[in-house]
Design a protein around this ligand. Structure first.
Ligand code: HEC
Length: 314
């Protein structure tokens, strides 16, 4: 009897430990998907309407249902083949995220979750899916979905719907123009967000230059970055760039300001033109020399982060 109890205790202790491990690894993996503050704040330019939810539903059925399931519970037919659980769109954890976060995750993807920015090229469509995702029941069917999508088969309502549809068709031209405007607004909000992220990287670069912090400089460059300094030999690779600055900081203290004149975006690359202005102080005798350079950079986005890929100034 005593022995039996001992066995039971140790089995349950083991189970408890195993359980807390798997819970913590689950929480860990979930926590890991960090969305930047600026991405969280991206505004949803597509208003929730029957129309947007309906188009979101159709897109969801085509692109997402196989993994996330018809009810958004993460139990689609493909989900069993995946290493990571798909998440539960009906949970309050999920629903408490901002539209911007959900949009960002669909756009970028990670691991088993595909990135959709190349598959669903009209950002307005992704926003429509975000609106549809908001209709999944919270807390397990307790609350009603915000928008009811199912069409009713009542003949009277069908007739009303038909007249409504006819009216909609009349306004089709107008709607098309509005749709285009919305798409432009959505595209604008993304490019604004990307440009802010790029400007932030350059701000870090500026801070690192002025703080003579060669290690921090390494973090703003892509591992395979190329740096072409004025009248000097080209430097390749973040480690070599770090060495270059280490040498420079031994004799020079910089006091520079980077300003961006123009940023052009093209998928995961961006072209930045700007100025690098300020002064250079020679540590040996404290004499100062003004610096006034034009700057050109190619930025590359890897795993959601912008880094300097090519940099040159003259
Ligand atoms: C091949 C399977 C698959 C498909 C198809 C897929 N997803 Fe996912 N999705 C996943 C997996 C797996 C995760 C969890 C990823 C992780 O946590 O690393 C996920 C995570 C997500 C998340 C984050 C969930 C959270 O808790 O924050 C969102 C949002 C999402 N998917 C939306 C979509 C949408 C919308 C579509 C369709 C346009 C889609 N997914 C298509 C597998 C898929």
């Amino acid at each position: 009897m005593k022995n039996k109890n001992k066995v039971l205790v140790s089995i349950s202790a083991f189970a408890l430990i195993a359980c807390s491990f798997s819970v913590s690894t689950y929480l860990q993996s979930k926590k890991d998907w960090v969305v930047s503050e600026s991405a969280k704040k991206i505004k949803n330019p597509v208003k929730t309407s029957d129309e947007s939810v309906k188009s979101g539903k159709a897109l969801y059925a085509k692109h997402c249902k196989s993994c996330h399931g018809a009810g958004g519970k993460g139990d689609g037919s493909k989900s069993k083949e995946l290493d990571t659980p798909c998440g539960d769109f009906t949970s309050s954890d999920f629903q408490e995220q901002s539209d911007g976060s959900i949009f960002y995750k669909i756009n970028e993807g990670r691991k088993d979750m595909p990135s959709f920015k190349k598959k669903i090229t009209d950002v307005e469509d992704i926003w429509a899916i975000v609106n549809y995702a908001r209709t999944f029941d919270r807390g397990g069917n307790k609350e009603k979905p915000k928008v009811i999508v199912e069409e009713k088969k009542d003949p009277k309502e069908e007739a009303i719907k038909k007249t409504k549809d006819a009216e909609v068709k009349k306004d089709e031209k107008k709607t098309l123009v509005e749709k285009k405007d919305k798409a432009v607004v959505a595209a604008d909000s993304i490019s604004k967000h990307e440009k802010t992220s790029i400007a932030l990287v350059l701000k870090h670069f500026e801070e690192a230059l002025n703080a003579s912090d060669s290690l921090k400089i390494m973090t703003v460059f892509d591992t395979n970055a190329i740096f072409m300094p004025k009248q000097k030999i080209t430097v390749g690779g973040a480690i070599q760039i770090n060495d270059y600055y280490k040498q420079l900081f031994k004799t020079n203290q910089l006091n520079l300001m980077i300003s961006v004149e123009a940023t052009e975006l093209s998928n995961d690359f961006a072209f930045v033109r700007g100025n690098l202005i300020g002064e250079r102080i020679f540590i040996i005798d404290n004499h100062k020399a003004p610096e006034e350079n034009s700057l050109f950079m190619v930025m590359k986005k890897t795993k959601g982060e912008w880094k300097i890929y090519y940099s040159m100034y003259n």
